[in-house]
Ligand binder design. Sequence first.
Ligand code: CA
Length: 236
Amino acid sequence: MPSSNILVVEDEDAIREMLKMVLEQAGFSPITAADAEEAQQILAETMPDLILLDWMLPGASGVEWARRLKKEPQYRELPIILLTARGEEEDKVRGLEIGADDYMTKPFSPKELIARIRAVLRRSGKINDLGQITQGDLVLDTEQHRLSIGDKQLEVSPTEFRLMQFFMTHPDKVFNRSQLLDQVWGRSVYIEERTVDVHIRRLRKILSEHGREDLVQTVRGFGYRFSVVESAGAPL
Ligand code: CA
């Protein structure tokens, strides 16, 4: 079972605890927050695979927070399932309009919730049922912590593994060094930006042993991009 991180944002203690338990039993790793502010702090430290978000929260409502989040490039692809006590069709439409991936009306059965989470994770292309992320012939196994090209295994360090996991779940997008530090190393750690370059160089060297150094591209003056699509031929 892939241990996807699920951020649960719910202000009612009893429901939050219930969701945490249900998710743990299904093999997920839940992280909980009681409001949008707390959830935002968690996002500064870690990138979840999915957010389970209560519509009615004290302070910024779940919907308002989701709308803000979906405007930020690094969170645009982060799947969100909205939870609501109200079942009106209008709410559902509004929820999906702001970019939520699914919508559930309370009360719901734990079984249905888990099924919806799995469906959204699969659709988001992040991870398959075996806990693997695939890009072209590159496979990253989050369960066994293995990275391979075809049947060849690549020897990468834990940091390079995390870097590849981030790249493979965010293909074709350019990230600068500071963004990569935030996403891969975490904002709480102080590391010099050139550390990113060192790891990228190592990663390219490993990929080049398989003739695939083109997977991690330099975007001059900005940062790096992972892409399995062949570049237009311009030297990068
Ligand atoms: Ca609530």
